[in-house]
Design a protein around this ligand. Structure first.
Ligand SMILES: [Zn+2]
Length: 532
């Protein structure tokens, strides 16, 4: 593995600019540095943060400053800014194209799987983007670790290279990255190390360089050049890979981390959410509970994006995740005895964000209504829940982990509420420390496609008109296959503009016309290459 990385990461740029390849004494990984005598890679936990309280950059930068500097630097260097066709602004935090996740977890998710596989050309090439992302897999660390956030922006410059007419790949990526950090963020050259790593995920893999400064990973430069392939020669963790038809530059720059690095505040929250933290501190009776204040400040921003981008709280898919964050937030409000509603907090966030994200402001009314209703529902749940928990205890004498998940999933009862009620009945309930990230994880991925019958496997292929033009509303098509079902019938057309269910998006609905008869289309799904 290390010889593979050595070959892949042995860049002319490093040699021309005086870098040395060293092996970290602690983690044993290899890294490139300008300091010949350096013994550790510069990543956590090999070293501690060195920028807190004593920022190394001359000028502290806000999130807007960093975003602006990034987008304009790459624009000046030949990249197009990506505008999302439907809103004219940006891609939403809802994963539109990936069928295995509900939320946008990285900027590359905007292009997976159809652009990264080469099936659809990229909207611009090369392009630059700052993508709001949400990750809920480390919920218990948010507000606690000083560096975990649920909502963050991943800035990236991406190039999609075919085998001919390469746009740029490893050499220029590192050169652009270093130029940006040194000349536009003001990080001294010798502070930046590049650590060699192997990256894999979502069916792709490739070498990557982690960009480290002050103990913080401020960017990751991934060179996606392999795809999962049973016949491939290269093996990572039991899976085989072969060369990808495209060589993709997939970079991720942490907007919040870069701003934090320039400001050197005690936690990332103090850089990212200062106004909200101050306001909550002033209005909370328990203003010393900083962990809850940080969490609530983070969650209210996350909700501004979730609800502002159109997620409606529910018991399934992305809606489930939104409700999870709403209920966590309501618990924090109770815990710190805050004299404000969640609706008030999220609408304040919308106002803080309106200059950079005007689309959220446009949805202000709906966001407010949703939060009002959800807060009511939460209160009802608690009063109903008391009797329910008492009944379970009467029957089973105890409440185990499965019962906790069931109470949460079907009745919306948070485990600590259950614990309190049970305590009143003299029963001790143990809550797994990672309960919420556990249920978030259980609900973050689309279930595997249902097994298809023999008939379905041989379905004809459908041409997908929605990839060419998002706005197609009407089209002519030929029925290639049809089948009677218990509620009606299903058909496969030679081409379709109906978008199938997937990636947290419900399917399109509409109607088909045949010899003057109108037939309603209630649901659309993807089965292999067919749209049924
Ligand atoms: Zn190390």
């Amino acid at each position: 593995m290390s010889s593979f990385l050595q070959k892949e990461c042995d860049l002319k740029y490093f040699h021309d600019n005086g870098y040395f390849r060293k092996k970290c004494e602690k983690c044993k990984d290899y890294f490139w540095t300008l300091d010949k005598n350096l013994k550790v890679c510069g990543d956590q936990p090999c070293i501690k943060f060195s920028f807190i309280g004593k920022p190394i950059c001359k000028k502290p930068m806000s999130l807007s400053d960093v975003r602006k500097s990034f987008l304009s630097f790459f624009e000046k260097n030949g990249h197009s800014r990506l505008h999302y066709p439907e809103t004219g602004e940006r891609c939403p935090v809802i994963a539109r194209w990936r069928s295995d996740i509900y939320l946008t977890i990285a900027s590359i998710a905007d292009f997976q799987p159809h652009v990264t596989s080469g099936e659809v050309p990229p909207p611009e090439n090369p392009l630059v983007i700052s993508q709001p992302c949400i990750r809920l897999n480390d919920l218990e660390s948010v507000g606690v670790s000083g560096r975990h956030l649920t909502m963050f922006e991943m800035m990236g410059h991406h190039a999609f290279n075919k085998k001919v007419d390469e746009i740029y790949f490893k050499e220029k990526t590192v050169q652009l990255c270093n130029d940006y950090f040194v000349n536009h963020i003001g990080i001294p050259r010798e502070e930046i190390n590049y650590k060699e790593q192997l990256w894999f995920g979502g069916g792709n893999a490739g070498p990557c360089l982690e960009v480290l400064a002050g103990g913080l990973e401020i960017a990751t430069l991934v060179f996606m050049n392999m795809k999962e392939d049973e016949a491939g020669d290269f093996e990572i963790e039991g899976k085989k890979y072969s060369p990808n038809p495209l060589n993709i530059v997939d970079t991720g720059y942490g907007l919040e981390r870069i701003a934090w690095y320039t400001q050197g505040t005690q936690t990332v929250y103090d850089t990212v959410l200062p106004e909200m933290i101050d306001w909550i501190k002033k209005h909370a009776k328990k203003s010393s509970d900083m962990k809850s204040i940080y969490s609530l400040s983070d969650h209210s921003k996350c909700l501004a994006f979730m609800l502002g981008d159109g997620i409606v709280p529910s018991n399934v898919k992305a809606g489930y995740l939104a409700r999870l964050i709403i209920r966590r937030s309501l618990r924090f409000i109770e815990k710190i005895k805050l004299d404000a509603s969640l609706k008030q907090l999220v609408l304040m966030q919308v106002n803080f964000l309106k200059k950079d994200f005007p689309s959220l402001k446009k949805r202000e009314k709906q966001i407010g209504e949703i939060l009002f209703i959800e807060t009511q529902k939460y209160k009802e749940t608690i009063s109903k829940g008391k009797n329910l928990v008492k009944r379970i205890l009467h029957e089973k004498k105890t409440i185990d982990q499965n019962e906790l998940v069931n109470l949460y999933d079907t009745h919306g009862m948070q485990p600590d509420i259950v614990k309190n009620i049970a305590k009143g009945e003299g029963v001790t309930v143990k809550i797994p420390h990672n309960f919420e990230s556990m249920v978030a994880e259980l609900h973050s991925h689309e279930k595997k496609e249902e097994a298809c019958s023999d008939v379905a496997v041989n379905l004809p292929k459908t041409k997908k008109l929605y990839y060419k033009d998002h706005y197609v509303k009407e089209f002519d098509a030929t029925v290639l296959w049809s089948n009677k079902t218990k509620d009606g019938s299903e058909v496969v057309l030679d081409k379709t503009a109906f978008y199938p269910e997937g990636g947290g998006q419900p399917s399109d609905i509409g109607f088909l016309k045949n010899n003057g008869n109108k037939i309603n289309v209630k649901h659309t799904k993807k089965v292999g290459d067919a749209i049924v």
